[in-house]
Design a protein around this ligand. Structure first.
Ligand code: UD1
Length: 361
């Protein structure tokens, strides 16, 4: 039996990997060994996803977290290399753009093990973002690039990838499968709407965690000041990421909105289904908003999911308070048809076939 090693570490990767792991188990043709780097370690940032989404238990947990980028990536690289030497997989599968992604890719490539990058080809064109550095370098050393969108394919072509011995596939966005599959049972499994006493369409779901926002006091102040202004009109519910919590405390900021602890996937889906709109600097949540037919206000200067903006489903506002408030008002009036297909169908199976093909050679 062929074997793959999947490297995971951060919350959005657990969601994506859940989809593929389930498909791998259904087919029973490939053995999957999961390595958790430990980058996200709080129970509500990690374990809850494994339990709720039935992700197979990681064979290895490296417990590497809360370090500087260099130290974190370096330690992961060293430990993943050892595991790969022992496991001798046919391919290593990595997701997205985190430090766990680049560490996994680099460790595998130097051992001549095939690298599969899921969510490849995305670009923000902002080299100040650690995620942009991670994804560009990861794409370049991968053997199979599983792209979510036409834009991703175009980005790779612009960087000359057509001339490289790398297989590029347009599979679609794996998060779409996650929303569809787990969305079927989220209402039954989650009681968050009742617990928080929320009314349908009467609250805003917000998340803020990007380093570019949290590490600059002016930006963080502007964003939270806008959220505070929206709160009396529509309650702002914000599951608080540990980085943002730390930074708000260190700046002594106490915005008057409703903070909750980070939530599991079923709760998140219920919040998405029932909210009025989403305000976020997360990449994944922008699309999860779209899949749940909600507009999204993007608190960043750019987005990798540009088709959301081009089709008026989302708006980029950066950390500009007035722009956030204007976008909020605009989206109160807009009623768009969300049935447009932007991110493919049956994506997990398509990615599975691409990986299967790769490891047969
Ligand atoms: C990482 C990814 C980012 C992704 C995000 C999802 C990188 C460079 N960034 O950012 O692309 O969108 O995950 O959330 O890899 N912390 C806890 N408990 C946890 C997890 C983190 O307290 O369970 C703390 C860490 O100690 C650290 C801070 O939160 O101080 C940030 O965590 P870190 O893993 O550095 O990056 P994220 O901001 O989560």
């Amino acid at each position: 039996m062929k074997k793959i090693v999947t490297i995971l570490g951060a919350r959005p990767q657990f969601v994506k990997a859940a989809v593929l792991s389930r498909i791998i188990q259904n087919h029973q043709e490939i053995e999957e060994v999961i390595v958790h780097t430990g980058q996200h370690f709080d129970a509500n940032m990690s374990e809850v996803f494994f339990t709720e989404m039935d992700i197979p238990k990681p064979k290895y947990n490296l417990a590497i977290n809360s370090l500087s980028h260099g130290a974190m990536t370096g330690q992961m690289l060293e430990k993943i290399e050892k595991i790969l030497l022992e496991e001798k997989p046919d391919a290593v599968v990595i997701y997205g753009d985190t430090n766990s992604t680049i560490a996994g890719a680099l460790a595998a490539k130097k051992l001549y093990i095939k690298v599969v990058h899921i969510e490849a080809g995305l670009r923000s064109f902002n080299m100040q973002m650690p995620e942009e550095i991670n994804r560009i370098l990861t794409d370049r050393i991968s053997d199979l690039l599983c792209c979510p969108t036409n834009t991703a394919i175009k980005n790779l072509q612009n960087e000359g990838f057509d001339n490289l011995p790398i297989t590029i596939e347009k599979n679609g966005d794996i998060m779409k499968d996650a929303v569809e599959f787990y969305g079927k049972s989220s209402e039954e499994k989650s009681s968050i709407i009742k617990k928080l006493n929320l009314q349908k369409n009467e609250f805003v779901l917000a998340t803020i965690h990007r380093q570019e926002n949290t590490d600059e006091i002016t930006k963080l102040k502007n964003i939270f000041s806008a959220l505070e202004e929206i709160h009396p009109k529509k309650k702002v519910i914000l599951p608080l990421h540990p980085r943002t919590k730390k930074m708000l405390e260190s700046y002594n900021l106490h915005p008057k909105i409703t903070f909750i602890n980070p939530v599991g996937y079923f709760d998140m889906l219920e919040l998405l289904k029932n909210c009025n709109l989403v305000i976020t600097d997360s990449g994944g949540l922008q699309k999860e908003a779209f899949f749940n037919k909600k507009h999204c206000i993007i608190a960043r200067e750019e987005t990798e999911w540009i088709e959301l903006v081009e089709n008026n489903f989302a708006e980029i506002v950066g950390s500009n308070k007035q722009k956030i408030l204007q976008a909020y008002e605009l989206f109160q009036q807009k009623k768009l048809d969300f049935s447009k297909q932007l991110y493919g169908n049956n994506v997990g199976e398509s990615i599975y076939s691409s990986i299967y093909k790769l490891i047969q050679n």
